[in-house]
Design a protein around this ligand. Structure first.
Ligand code: NAD
Length: 303
């Protein structure tokens, strides 16, 4: 039987609608809208396309959006001064520095300079610590893991007592989602195993999973026989495996994307599964918007 598809594109629309009506309500009652500044350094095409999508989404939601692009050769001190300016700007609730940064800039120093209460990406050590403590301490869960958890909740998958196996231990996906799934609370209370490149018998761990979250960046790593029948499979991997002519404009080539799971075979075994593309991908920007709204709500004492 074919698994239920967990579509990020549909869940994104649901959440954006919810954010939009909250923004309207707060604007009416408090005369404020969430403020987001996006800082793009340089002109990498991939970064431009990510930032453009973020700006478009913020504008669609009626946020106050500032696009503060900077040249590739900006001095680190100038970038730090810019962040300081937005840390002190009352109309800004979220500061987003698009990564990666040019090599002459210390990425860690820049991320650590963002006020943790405006760190809507959730990468500042203070927010990583808050996430580890869990419960009311959490302010801004990092966007991709937050999107994964939201998808699991909205798909109606039982997480309490579930065996969750996370493939990958990166700071932006594997480690935070593992931490979130083991906390007390809705969409969590799971028993979590994290597996990685040094794990022995990866397949044996995956076979136990009621919820299998794969963020390795290796196309087709998870084989269908590693999936427990009826499991929920969240494929975070986005791998460019080739190029094809665009449907809209056949003269232009677009990337062929593949996940970390052999989707066609896996969907015959899993109970529910996310596609690639159109699965976890659309959730990241959505959760960035949610975090920016949350930041304004914290400021207004509405959370
Ligand atoms: P990363 O390279 O930082 O981490 C990958 C992790 O997977 C590592 O911890 C590594 O130990 C583990 N791993 C790699 N190969 C493995 C193997 N053969 N067996 C077991 N473990 C293995 O990557 P990341 O930033 O966590 O991203 C992972 C994937 O998710 C990438 O494809 C990335 O493009 C995608 N991603 C998608 C989104 C999104 O959709 N919004 C966001 C972030 C990352």
């Amino acid at each position: 039987m074919s698994a239920k598809l967990i579509k990020g594109t549909e869940i994104r629309e649901e959440i954006l609608e919810e954010i939009s009506s909250e923004v309207t309500e707060i604007k009416e009652k408090h005369g404020k809208v969430p403020g987001l500044v996006t800082i793009l350094v340089g002109s990498s095409p991939a970064s431009i396309s990510y930032v453009t999508l973020k700006i478009k989404t913020a504008n669609r939601l009626g946020f106050h959006e500032i696009q503060d692009d900077q040249p590739d050769d900006i001095a680190e001190a100038d970038l730090l001064a810019l962040i300081d300016k937005y840390n002190n700007d009352d109309a800004i609730n979220g500061i987003l520095v698009q990564l990666p940064l040019p090599k002459h800039i210390d990425e860690k120093k820049v991320l650590n300079a963002i006020d943790p209460d405006k760190d809507v990406d959730g990468f500042h050590p203070v927010n990583v610590g808050r996430l580890m403590i869990g419960g009311d301490e959490v302010k801004f869960p990092p966007c991709t893991p937050a999107g994964i958890q939201e998808m699991i909740i909205r798909a109606g998958v039982e997480t309490s007592g579930a065996e969750v196996v996370v493939v990958g231990r990166s700071n932006i996906v594997g480690k935070p989602i593992a931490n979130m799934m083991l906390q007390k609370g809705p969409g969590a209370n799971s028993t979590v195993t994290v597996v990685h490149t040094r794990t022995k018998a990866l397949d044996e761990h995956c076979k136990r999973a009621d919820i299998l979250i794969v963020a390795a960046g290796v196309p087709g790593l998870v084989k269908p026989e590693w999936i427990k029948p009826g499991a929920c499979v969240i494929d975070v991997g986005v791998n460019r495996v080739g190029e094809k002519p665009s449907k809209k404009n056949p003269d232009r080539m677009v990337a062929i994307l593949q996940g970390d799971v052999d989707f066609d075979a896996a969907k015959e075994i899993a109970g529910s599964i996310t596609p690639v593309p159109g699965g976890v991908g659309p959730m990241t920007i959505t959760m960035l918007m949610k975090n920016t709204l949350k930041s304004l709500k914290f400021k207004l004492g509405l959370n």
